[in-house]
Write a protein that binds this ligand. Structure first.
Ligand code: GDP
Length: 371
């Protein structure tokens, strides 16, 4: 019977079962092939004071050396420096952009240190919005520079967060996924580190700062993500150098008293951070889209765009543009009329002044005549 495979009514859409293989179960494979062909893009923002180990950590995380000119401590304001490179692992291509703050925390007045960073993140959203609103747009080939994750480097003081840390994270937590990391974590003892981590988390909570939570709704990663969420921030160590240990070259930092191995999980959390970034890259990208949606919504609302008009009627974008254009023309007409009236008024005033002057000029002649 034709109704035999009918299962249920679902929002007016029937769920039916198939009597034989159709082939659309290959859709996910098509997506995988297409994604591999197109490649992936990932943008990381590193915020932290000069010399906290941003470059060394990035090189350690991505197992490559990002050459960068050393920055000075004498910049009058915070700047952002972006570097893009392509990395390939197996047949997967990653277009990686690393943006680093330069001069962060080096100014006498640090109150506005976060502003250039906020502006930078907004500028990437704005560039994406502009591309999206173009008549002829090419979002597929567009180099998306929106920041997917922000690694916030905390100094290993063992005390508490600085005001600049709180201010900066608070101004960014509605725009970007923040993952706090303790930089140069080899300079703090194990016991102090555990205390410091707890203190940082409680300060973030008491100041209402939202940091990125690794998702726990996907059962393949929920267990590890729950554990890691409870161990934030990551205590990281980075190094540009490799040291020979046995017959292997490993990324490490060599001291008179011993060696800190970047890849050793009992020495630091750098490998954990790398693993978490890689396994949650898609979630980070999705959450970035959610932040972008927020930005886009505010921007379009400021431009006067609405989805719902009076009496809850939907409005089309065309109607909005038409309404804007009409408002603009009416405003222009009003201004033109105003200028015309002002002109006429000034002409009248001049004419009156001339008439008066003329009358005054003829008066002495009359008086001479009288006397
Ligand atoms: P950036 O200015 O934040 O990019 O800092 P760099 O990565 O250029 O590092 C500045 C200095 O700190 C260099 O001498 C690095 O060797 C050193 N450094 C980087 N990472 C670490 C680390 O994890 N621990 C220690 N002790 N020193 C580090």
């Amino acid at each position: 019977a034709p109704d035999a495979g009918r299962h249920a009514q679902n929002d007016g859409c029937r769920t039916l079962s198939l009597s034989a293989h159709v082939g659309f179960d290959s859709l996910p494979d098509q997506l995988v092939r297409k994604s591999i062909k197109h490649g992936f893009c990932f943008n990381v923002l590193c915020i932290g004071e000069t010399g906290i180990g941003k470059s060394a950590l990035m090189s350690s995380l991505f197992n490559t050396n990002f050459e960068d000119a050393p920055s000075t401590h004498f910049l009058s304001s915070v700047q952002l420096r972006a570097q893009t490179c392509e990395l390939q692992e197996s047949n997967v291509l990653l277009k990686l952009t690393i943006v680093k703050t330069v001069g962060f925390g080096d100014q006498m007045n640090k109150a506005d240190s976060y502003q250039p960073i906020v502006d930078y993140i907004d500028a990437q959203f704005e560039a994406y919005l502009k591309e999206e609103l173009k008549v002829i747009r090419s979002l597929f080939s567009y180099h998306d520079t929106r920041i997917h994750v922000c690694l916030y480097f905390i100094s290993p003081t063992g005390r508490c967060l600085k005001t600049i840390d709180l201010l900066t994270m608070r101004s960014l937590d509605s725009k970007v996924n923040i993952i706090p990391v303790i930089g140069k974590a080899d300079s703090i003892s194990k016991a102090e580190l555990e205390e410091f981590k707890k203190k940082i988390m409680s300060e973030l909570i008491s100041n209402g700062i939202q940091i990125y939570q690794f998702p726990t709704d996907d059962e393949t990663v929920s267990e590890i993500n729950t554990i890691i969420n409870g161990h934030l921030p990551f205590a990281v160590v980075g190094s540009m150098e490799k040291v020979k240990i046995g017959n292997k070259m490993v990324r490490a930092r060599q001291y008179p008293w011993g060696i800190v191995k970047v890849e050793n999980e009992s020495h630091c959390d750098t490998v954990k951070l790398r693993r978490m970034l890689c396994t949650n890259m898609e979630d980070l990208r999705e959450k970035t889209c959610a932040y972008y949606e927020l930005y886009r919504r505010c921007r379009l609302e400021k431009l006067g765009c609405r989805d719902i008009g009076p009496e809850n009627k939907p409005i089309s974008l065309q109607e909005v543009i038409e309404a804007k254009r009409l408002k603009f023309f009416l405003e222009m007409e009003r201004k033109e009329e105003e200028i015309k009236q002002r002109f006429v008024q000034r002409v009248n005033e001049k004419a009156a002044m001339l008439e008066e002057a003329e009358q005054q000029a003829s008066m002495p002649v009359c008086l001479e005549f009288v006397f």
